[in-house]
Design a protein around this ligand. Structure first.
Ligand code: BG6
Ligand code: MG
Length: 221
């Protein structure tokens, strides 16, 4: 195990909740039912694809022009940017600060593989930009999660082969991307949601370098 590549939203900080709230506001305005359960499908999914999934829930079905869709996506992002405006270093999820220190001490490389164009701003607000060896620039990628491109890009920029990487995700599309990249996958959430993950933890407080290194070694045996 030479590198750990993290998703951001819902893994490093609870911005998954802010994405949910911003989409919920848009859905209410459009009179489209929107539940937390449905929101699980949007995790890890790009802004415009999330909007398309949301609009697909309209009953009766409705057609939206590209201009209307861009306007809705922009508005969702404005709501989201307002919500992340209050983020401070205290908003790192439980255990993350300690886990990053353990990795640094053990000489393990770290990266961020987030689908969010807001990732650099969120990392700055958390005071965490300098704690990762690479942050993938999502605007330069061709394929979205569950395609492995974002995780493979992170591994390449760290100079580590994918087989020596652990990926950590809170989204099904993200776990699929990690496995497609040939990496060891750690899911944050409930077990039944992530049949493909190598390890499932109920929360980030359970992230522990020594334990994960051991599970990784066992799986590679
Ligand atoms: C992912 C989130 O990290 O980023 C998704 O899980 C979000 O919910 C996606 O849609 C894109 O984020 P942004 O900030 O570019 O709209
Ligand atoms: Mg996420």
């Amino acid at each position: 195990m030479k590198a750990v590549i993290f998703d951001l939203d819902g893994v490093i900080t609870d911005t998954a909740e802010y994405h949910y709230q911003a989409w919920k506001a848009i859905a209410e305005e459009l009179n489209i039912p929107f539940t937390r359960e449905f929101n699980e499908n949007l995790k890890g999914v790009s802004r415009i694809d999330s909007l398309k999934l949301l609009l697909g829930q309209a009953n009766p079905p409705a057609d939206y022009s590209e201009a209307e869709m861009n306007e809705l996506a922009d508005r969702k992002n404005k709501l989201y940017v307002e919500l992340i405006g209050s983020i401070t270093p205290a908003d790192l999820l439980p255990g993350i600060d300690r886990f990053l220190s353990e990795l640094r001490e053990a000489g393990i490389k770290t990266g961020i593989a987030s689908a969010s164009k807001n990732a650099p701003a969120v990392l700055r607000s958390l005071g965490a930009s300098g704690r990762f060896d690479t942050v993938v620039d999502v605007t330069k990628l061709k394929n979205n999660k569950p395609d492995p491109e974002i995780f493979l890009t992170a591994a390449a920029s760290l100079g580590v082969e994918p087989g020596a990487c652990i990926g950590i995700e809170d989204a099904v599309s993200g776990i699929d991307a990690i496995k497609a990249a040939g990496m060891f996958a750690v899911a944050i959430g409930s077990g039944s949601q992530f049949p493909k993950a190598d390890v499932v933890l109920p929360g980030t407080a359970g992230l522990n370098y020594r334990e994960l290194a051991q599970r990784f070694a066992e799986a590679r045996r």
